[in-house]
Design a protein around this ligand. Structure first.
Ligand SMILES: C[S@@+](CC[C@H](N)C(=O)[O-])C[C@H]1O[C@@H](n2cnc3c(N)ncnc32)[C@H](O)[C@@H]1O
Length: 252
């Protein structure tokens, strides 16, 4: 029951209000001609979340947002998209953090979906420099800390989650090619990573599957990479209104 209340609040109240607040902040930045560090002007066309899923009610687990987690509105939208994934397919997340989104993907998706979540741990060397200001998200003691709370009570859901470790620019994604009904890109925010993670995601997504990126319009490297890809490839990337999510569906 509380999961439905959080879902209602996240998608029907928080989402439109946070969308308005970002629009206002972008407007004031534009008239003051001052670029905000964690807010850029955006060029991708918008799409309502209602055009990204046929679901109209979201459920949300782990309401409390920790540093590095996505917003509750974004979690609600992703959970509705995950709920509509085809059963027995893979869902891949780049960037685990404390596992809040992986956990929600496990609870929301059909029972026989497998969730793979890749994370960079502090001792792993990276191919490209990380964006300045994001190292603290890597420097954590445990990836997927939130899984422990549910390991006994919801073991069937936790068993869906497979943790992987490595640098996404060096990781071998080939076992997942054409197998994912949903790929969530939320790893490093550096431009080079946003580009290389996008190309990996494009290879992993199956026909009719969806890719979601986080932090568009928030981290400069992500914003620039996605706008460049759209300008060059014209694939129809869309910013989900009121969020920093970008949506793309592969033709089925
Ligand atoms: C913003 S957090 C992810 C948040 C998580 N997806 C959520 O929704 O709660 C970014 C995560 O990406 C990981 N990361 C950063 N650079 C990476 C890389 N090059 N390869 C894989 N993971 C990376 C960090 O360790 C961190 O856990």
């Amino acid at each position: 029951m509380k999961e439905l209340l959080y879902g209602y609040y996240g998608t029907r109240i928080y989402l439109p209000l946070s969308g308005l607040s970002r629009r206002w902040r972008r407007f004031t930045i534009r008239i003051r001609k001052k670029e905000g560090k964690f807010l850029q002007q955006v060029k991708l066309p918008e799409i309502s979340w209602k055009r990204c899923t046929t679901r109209r009610t979201a459920k949300i687990w782990e309401y409390e947002q920790a540093n590095g987690n996505i917003r509750i509105s974004e979690l609600g939208v992703i959970n509705m998209i995950a709920a509509a994934c085809e059963d027995e397919t893979n869902i891949f997340e780049i960037g685990t953090s404390d596992g809040r989104t992986s956990l929600n993907l496990a609870f929301s998706s059909p029972l026989n979906c497998s969730i793979y979540t890749l994370d960079l741990t502090p001792e792993i060397d990276t191919k490209f420099p990380l964006a300045s200001g994001e190292r603290h998200m890597v420097e954590k003691e445990t990836s997927g800390l939130r899984f422990e709370k549910y390991r006994k009570s919801d073991s069937a859901f936790i068993a869906k989650i497979n943790q992987l470790f490595g640098d996404s620019a060096l990781f071998d994604f080939s076992p997942f090619y054409n197998s994912c009904s949903l790929v969530f890109v939320d790893g490093s925010h550096a431009y080079e990573y946003a580009l290389s993670d996008t190309y990996a995601a494009m290879k992993m997504v199956k026909k009719g599957g969806v890719i979601i990126w986080h932090d568009y319009g928030i981290w400069e490297g992500v914003t620039r990479a996605l706008e460049e890809i759209e300008k060059k490839e014209k694939i129809g990337l869309r910013n989900i209104s009121g969020t920093s999510l970008v949506y793309w569906k592969s033709e089925g």
